[in-house]
Design a protein around this ligand. Sequence first.
Ligand code: UN1
Length: 499
Amino acid sequence: MVTKYKAFIGGEWVEGGSMGTIVNINPADTKDIIGEFPSCGKEEVDAAVASAHEAQKKWALTPAPKRGEILKRAGDILVEKKEELARLMTREMGKILLETRGDVQEGIDTAYYMAGEGRRLFGETVPCELPDKFGMSIRQPAGICAMITPWNFPMAIPAWKIFPALICGNGVVFKPASDTPATAVGLMEILLEAGVPPKLINLVPGSGKNVGMAMLEHAGINLVSFTGSTQVGRTIAERCGATLKRCSLEMGGKNAQIVMDDADLNLALEGALWGAFGTTGQRCTATSRLILHKAIAGEFTERLKEKASQIRVGNGLDENTQMGPLINGDQLKTVAEYVRIGLEEDGAQLLLGGNSLTDGPYACGFFFSPTIFTGVRRHMRIAREEIFGPVVSILVVKDFEEAIETLNDTEYGLSSSIYTHDLNRAFKAVRDIEAGITYINVPTIGAEIQLPFGGVKNTGNGHRESGQVVLDTYTEWKSVYVDYSGKLQRAQIDCPLSM
Ligand code: UN1
């Protein structure tokens, strides 16, 4: 019997979706069905938005420290359920247990961080130009937030969006990725158990075409927060432009790690392996370009090949596995297609991998081998386009300046890394790299939640997740003036100092 999951709309779990069902399978073993989920559409989005509106009025009046206590409880429950959720997540999206535990941990960190914001949510007080007058700014909720989240971080990314939205007093309509609705159900259950008002948060699984579009068209949605591809993000921005919704976009990447001639090569090697092949390369922060100084390029490439060829690919539920499968058949096709494109690029050579794994333990999953291309030049498609798989392109440069220029030669600007012991170069890299995140002697992946997360160029639209700045996404500023002089004082006109 296949488990039947439900949507959560209007304060209750509801069966069936107006657009049919979504079958959720294990990408490491397609015979393992996690469950059937309702595929929702406009009807359910309308009901969810109405419910969120109704509940949000009261939630906005609930003191923020009390909202914070609820998030703290959600964090505590996440701690208790960490292992169970990590196992479910590995089963539904494939990454190894070590990483799915990390994914839940990111949710826990965000819950505790945002719980604390319940006692801050700072505004400003400023001196006024007129006597007996007081000026301050306060944060008010943005309203009803539509969250559209990807499958690669099924807990961390929804937590990044939903927890700050809740602490700021907003209502939520949450569309999880179609490949990972089970983790989303787990998160909803936790929020409800923690005491979030049921009608305030709504889980509406379904496709981008049905649920996503209905959210974008709905006049009752005030804000859309999206993480996913640049192509989809562009459409979302266009729709939000037409209806003047706030819109926070976190999109593609083509992140690079530079290894300079003075780097600790052992450290840089470990970093490159983790950055390129961690999460099977399916992170928007994955290292998909390695920019090597020519003095170390030969040795580094050989060692990388040797280590990458030893990566144990398999089912993420097996503690010995180091790299799980790709998320689905489409992604497998995309990655294989990029290998074909790479092979056709003049001068690029396939150094390792390049094939899907189909025999024995791999027969029922979407497995791909760790893949390395050498001889890659900046203009090649494998050096420019996001692949979202375990494929890394090696580019060799003559000096620091060329390394930075090469790193910046991309339409994206999310994460970046440089391995060097030269302090001057490190700080120049911090200044000159065009990206939202720069790591020094750290791989391109592994951002912590207390700093802003996001990118420049076609990676983002000026917003950030995480850290304290994310509060600006989920609140509207209100400026408040209190005049206690008892008379009309006109700003910029009745200015006592110039009299
Ligand atoms: C993503 O890849 O979509 O820094 C987010 C990192 C993670 C988040 C990645 N904490 O790689």
